[in-house]
Design a protein around this ligand. Sequence first.
Ligand SMILES: C[S@@+](CC[C@H](N)C(=O)[O-])C[C@H]1O[C@@H](n2cnc3c(N)ncnc32)[C@H](O)[C@@H]1O
Length: 466
Amino acid sequence: FNVPVASFEIRKAISRTALKMETDDASDANLEKETPGSSSSSSSSSSSSSTHNLLSDCPHFSTCSGCTLADPATSKILQTSRSFFERTFPDVTYTHTQPTLSKSWRNQAKLATSPLSKFKPGVQLGLYASGTHTLVPIPDCSVHSPEINSAATSIQKATIKAGVTSYVKPDQSNRVNKSGKNGPPPTGHLRYVQLNTFPSSPPTLSFVWNSENYKSTQPHLSRLLKLLSPTYPNSSIWLNLNTSTRNNIINNDGWVHLKGPFYTTYPLLSGGNLYYNPKVFCQGNMEGFMEIISRIINLSNHGILKNRIEKVVELYAGVGCIGLNLVNEGVTGDYVGSDVNPENLECFMKGRKTVKKEYQRCEYKSLDAGVSLDKGLGRGRDTLIVDPPRMGLEEGVLREINGRRGEGKLGDVRNLIYVSCGLDGLMRDLEGIKKGGGGWEVRLAEGYVLFPGSEHVETLVVLTRD
Ligand SMILES: C[S@@+](CC[C@H](N)C(=O)[O-])C[C@H]1O[C@@H](n2cnc3c(N)ncnc32)[C@H](O)[C@@H]1O
C-alpha cells in the first residue's frame, strides 16, 4: 500500500517551517508539566543551519526548561519511534512531519508563580527551571501565542496593585522538623495561571488559588479581576481552588466559573464549532492537531483503509475534537463517542448542534473506555478510534482489540485508528496488538512533531483487519 505525506525527511519539513517564520521559535511545552522540571513537549530533527531558525533566537532558550532541544536533529524520541516501527513492523514505512509553524503555536499554557520580591506583594509568572522550584520568567516565549504572553504580562502587573502574593511552599526538608512536628504550611494566594487562547475568542484566564473557598480568596481576587477587566472585558474567567500540598497543578473538583462565557469555541475544519472550558482536556497545539484530523478524514481517499468507515465508536473522545470533525465531513453518519470526564458531555452536545444538519446523528456517553465496551458501545461498529492519555490503552480495551474478528465486544471492528500522545504507551500497546489474536495489520504510522523543541511526538497509527 501507499504511504503518503512527507517522507522521513524532517529536515525538509523544518526548512519549510523556517521559511515561514518571521523571527524564530523557542520552547515552552514544559508548561504542560505537572511537576516542576519534568519536561514534556516534542521535537524533530534538523541540520545546524535550521537550528538557528528554530530555537536559538528565543531569548529564554538557555534558561527555560520548556524546550530541551537546541537542535531538533538530536531528538531521541523520533529515533526511538522510527527504530520501533522499523523493528516491529518492517513492512511499514514510518514517516514523521512537522506540520505546524515553529513559533506561536501554543494555545494553552500553565504558568507557575513566584514572589516578585521578598517584601512586597506581586507575582511573577514562568516555568520552573529543570528539577527545581526556581522560576524562570518567560515573557517573550516564542512558542506561546502572543495573546498568552501579553495576558501573562498584564496579570503580573495587576498582581502588584491588587496585593496578590505568590504561593510559596516551604522546602520539603523543613516540613517536618526535628521534633517530628509539621513545619510551616505553604503561604500566599496564586499558585498557577492557566491561559487558553483560541483565534476567535478572547483569552480564557484561570487562576489556581491557594484557598479552600471563594470567600477566602477575597478581597485580593476581586481586586485582581477589577484591574484586568478593562483589558479583558469579555474573557472567560475561572478560579481553581487548590490547597493541596502535592504538586498537582489543577484541583479537578475546585473549579469555579467567575465571569464571561462558560464555553469558548474552536472552529471545526469546515464550519461548526468545538466547545471548551478549562474543566476539559484541550490540545496544546490545536492547529497542529487539526492536521492529524485532516489526515484521518482523508484516509479513505488515499487507499490506506481496506474497509470503509461507516459506523464509528470513539473512546477517550474528549469534547469530540476528532469525532465531530469526522461527522461534520460526512466521514461517518453513525458515530458514538465516550470519555470518562463527565464535563465533556455538555461540550460535545453543544458542538453537535453546530455540525451540518444531515450529520447530526451522533451520540455521546460519559463513560470510562472499558465500561463503554462493557456497555456494548463497540458492537456493530466497523471503526474504532482511540486517543488515550499518555500511558496508553487500559487493559480491558486492549484485551477487546485483541479479540478475534467476529467475536467479543469489538468483533465487528475492522479499522482501528490510534492517535497517541505517549510513545511508550503506544509501543507497549502495539506490541500487545501484534502478539494478540485480533489479526491486525498496521497500514500507516506517522509521527507529528506538534511541540517542536522537546522530546515528544504525537503518532497516528492505522490498523485494519479482514
Ligand atoms: C489525550 S486526550 C484526547 C481527547 C480528544 N481526542 C482531544 O483531542 O481533545 C485523552 C482523553 O481521555 C480521557 N480519559 C482519560 N482516562 C480515561 C478512561 N479511563 N476512560 C475514558 N476516557 C479517559 C480524558 O478525559 C481525555 O479527554
